[in-house]
Write a new protein. Structure first.
Length: 502
């Protein structure tokens, strides 16, 4: 009997979180950190046999687990991964380790609860990526709201209550319409299995309603313009670890939803509304990039940058309809694969940038994140400045870093569709260089801005390890993205065939 890897990814963090909450005594905090690190390290190590045992030549769901749950309504505990899910699960396990390590010195109050909540959140995120049953997917999807709400509301900064409530209301509101669409699809098929929803003979008007229902749920998560306003507030008020999870994982769930639900279930509507989605994506790339330039708060700047970069991911997804219309099949593959690579690369760079802001703000008594309160940091924290420069360059899209690969693939494919789309998309390179390098210059270069900054200590060994792991990921996938592209090629090809109207 094979090891139920997917269930382990979900329930091991839950058991670890419960164990942490049950700890008592003077050394409870020490053992809590030990359990949390052990759990996330174990799930990351278990990702190795998951990747090595995955058959990249097949688009079928693999490592399946199927158990009846609520038989009267044909609801199953059904898990499985294709290449898209596989990459997202590994990314989640990797980011989980980064966040737990980052909490070693950053979190000093309610440590047990903080670690437990993060483990519960990791479990819910992985559940979303591996669920094959739509209702199970929805349960995991909604379950993420509670730990993220607590992370912002308890460990956030001064305006945390407002940001936490705004985050909850925005994301919960969108999810209600998604549930209605899932119930409708269940009525049509008699099953909640997601694969059963594909290929349903629905007319265009019905598909439009389904697409819009999914759009409201997934677009909020990305978030797309104009329903993006919750993200800067959530990022600004969340602790550094919360910002990392938001940027590196939660934003990816929306694009995952488009690829898993909207496009293959409603292909006619997806094709019909693809131009609208492309326009919304370009607005995110250009307009939100311009908004980022004027930000004075480092976290807000990186948050708006995340919205702009995720616009590239949605652009890559919906470009396939124009490309397939003109029989540019190879470009369609490149576009959708570039969208996935962009999601993964953005997780590394944005996560590292948010961690860096957290390390800086923790050194000021006021915990300020305003750019004007810093200056000359490279003089007193040279090691940290070198790390941060690399992640800033990946955010800009410098060749040789992971941030370049996805953007290059999407822009290259966009040229096959429409030169104006490609030109507008390419503006992100100029805009991201403008706001990222402007922030870096003012924070790290020039004279030391204050006596307090002059007393800054460089990063410790744990922070160096954390940033080194992210650095390796940024450079490895920037120089050799083949492991990503190879493993997803068959799955993306099948997804394109399902998403194109017959």
């Amino acid at each position: 009997m094979s090891l139920p890897l997917l269930s382990l990814f979900i329930w091991l963090p839950v058991l670890g979180g419960i164990a942490i909450l049950c700890l008592r005594g003077p050394r409870a905090e020490f053992f809590a950190r030990f359990i949390a690190i052990t759990v996330v390290a174990t799930t990351l190590l278990l990702s190795i046999p998951l990747y090595l045992g995955f058959d990249a030549s097949s688009y079928d769901m693999q490592f399946q687990e199927l158990h009846p749950w609520i038989s009267a309504y044909h609801i199953n505990y059904a898990l499985g991964v294709d290449a898209l899910s596989l990459l997202m699960v590994i990314l989640t396990n990797f980011i989980g380790l980064i966040v737990i390590l980052a909490a070693y010195h950053a979190i000093t109050h309610r440590v047990q609860q903080y670690l437990a909540v993060f483990l519960f959140l990791q479990s819910a995120i992985i559940g979303v990526f591996v669920a094959m049953d739509a209702l199970l997917f929805y349960i995991f999807w909604e379950s993420m709201l509670i730990p993220m709400y607590l992370i912002i509301g308890i460990w956030g900064s001064s305006n945390r209550a407002y940001a936490a409530i705004k985050f909850f209301l925005f994301t919960f509101f969108g999810s209600i319409f998604m549930l209605v669409a899932l119930i409708y699809l269940y009525q049509k098929t008699g099953s909640f299995m997601i694969q059963q929803f594909y290929g349903l003979p629905l007319d265009l008007n019905v598909q439009r309603l389904i697409f819009i229902a999914f759009l409201l749920g997934f677009a909020v998560k990305i978030p797309m313009w104009p329903i993006h306003t919750w993200l800067p507030d959530a990022h600004t008020e969340a602790p550094a670890g919360g910002s990392v999870i938001l940027a590196a994982l939660l934003l990816k769930l929306g694009v995952y939803g488009f690829l898993r639900f909207s496009m293959p279930i409603a292909p006619l509507a997806s094709a019909d509304l693809s131009n609208l989605m492309i326009v919304l994506s370009l607005i995110a790339v250009i307009y939100i990039g311009l908004v980022a330039i004027v930000q004075q708060d480092m976290k807000k700047l990186i948050a708006y940058s995340s919205i702009a970069h995720m616009g590239f991911a949605t652009l890559g997804c919906f470009l396939i309809y124009s490309l397939m219309t003109h029989a540019h099949i190879d470009a369609a593959y490149m576009s959708i694969e570039g969208a996935v690579v962009q999601m993964i690369a953005h997780a590394f760079s944005s996560g590292a940038l948010f961690l860096g802001v957290g390390l800086l703000s923790a050194r000021l008594a006021s915990h300020s994140r305003l750019i004007k309160d810093y200056g000359g940091v490279a003089r007193v924290m040279p090691v940290f400045a070198a790390f941060y420069m690399l992640f800033a360059m990946s955010n800009v899209g410098l060749p040789g870093t992971a941030g370049f690969v996805g953007e290059f693939m999407v822009i290259m494919s966009a040229f096959q569709s429409n030169i104006w789309i490609a030109l507008f998309a390419a503006l992100t390179i100029i805009l991201s260089a403008s706001y990222t390098l402007w922030m870096y210059k003012r924070v790290f270069f020039g004279p030391v801005s204050s006596q307090e900054v002059a007393q800054f200590k460089d990063i410790n060994c744990i922070d160096k390890l954390n940033l080194a792991l992210l650095m390796i990921a940024v450079l490895f996938f920037g120089l050799y993205p083949q492991p990503l592209v190879h493993v997803m090629h068959a799955t993306m090809g099948h997804l394109i065939l399902q998403s194109i109207p017959s």
